[in-house]
Design a protein around this ligand. Sequence first.
Ligand SMILES: NC(=O)c1ccc[n+]([C@@H]2O[C@H](COP(=O)([O-])OP(=O)(O)OC[C@H]3O[C@@H](n4cnc5c(N)ncnc54)[C@H](OP(=O)(O)O)[C@@H]3O)[C@@H](O)[C@H]2O)c1
Length: 245
Amino acid sequence: MNAHTTKVALVTGANKGIGHSIAAGLGALGWSVGVGARDEARRDAAVARLQEAGADAFGVPLDVTDDHSVATAAELIAERGGGLDALVNNAGITGGGPQQPSTVDLALVRAVVETNVLGVIRVTNAMLPLLRRSSAPRIVNMSSTVGSLTRQSAPGGETSTGPVAVAYSPSKTFLNAVTVQYVRELAGTGILVNCACPGYVATDLNGFRGVRTPEQGAATAIRLATLPDGGPTGGFFEDAGVVPW
Ligand SMILES: NC(=O)c1ccc[n+]([C@@H]2O[C@H](COP(=O)([O-])OP(=O)(O)OC[C@H]3O[C@@H](n4cnc5c(N)ncnc54)[C@H](OP(=O)(O)O)[C@@H]3O)[C@@H](O)[C@H]2O)c1
């Protein structure tokens, strides 16, 4: 593949966990993958791991909460000469616990929304001009079934959608709602925008209590990042299919 035919992706929070596996998966498909990560040492180590595995990976300094960092990341990708074919907004935090609504620290809620929601808007808007240069642009927002109001309120929802978490779970509901607004604005542009849930994956995010591997968790996001033209947009997917909002 030459520089003009190689697909280019940016994965935020790609230094570890599910994001790292998404980057590895896209790299294995022959994509050039920008490893978005805020810490230089963790970013360099991740890029080295991916390159050792044969991927065309490059580091993208990126803190999704920082306007300047995000603008500089977009410049870095633009300077590589092409556009961007897929943006995977994967970076996310839980904010830690406890997150009982009646006692939560509002600073914690703000911090989670800043990363999980505003960070996605910030990064997406910086990357949209690059995505518009692609012949098949895709945006994947890493959500969670804990953001599904339908599942949260269904019988048994208290066991199937994790503990009460007034910052983390609603941040994913907010992200889902934001995604739908992008879908509406971008209708007819060819940019396909979807949400993914990776399942319960063993990562730092949950103290490695998850039951799935990062590779398994990456599968739906990779599928949505590589959708053919005419593929779905405005959906919320897990491995088993569509997740209700
Ligand atoms: N694990 C699960 O079971 C599960 C389930 C549903 C959804 N998800 C979602 O999947 C995504 C990935 O989670 P994970 O489980 O792989 O977690 P993880 O291992 O903790 O990785 C999170 C990634 O996000 C990065 N990040 C956090 N804040 C950032 C910021 N301000 N700027 C740039 N990068 C930032 C982290 O970078 P640092 O290393 O610098 O902190 C790390 O690379 C998240 O959106 C999460 O909500 C996970």
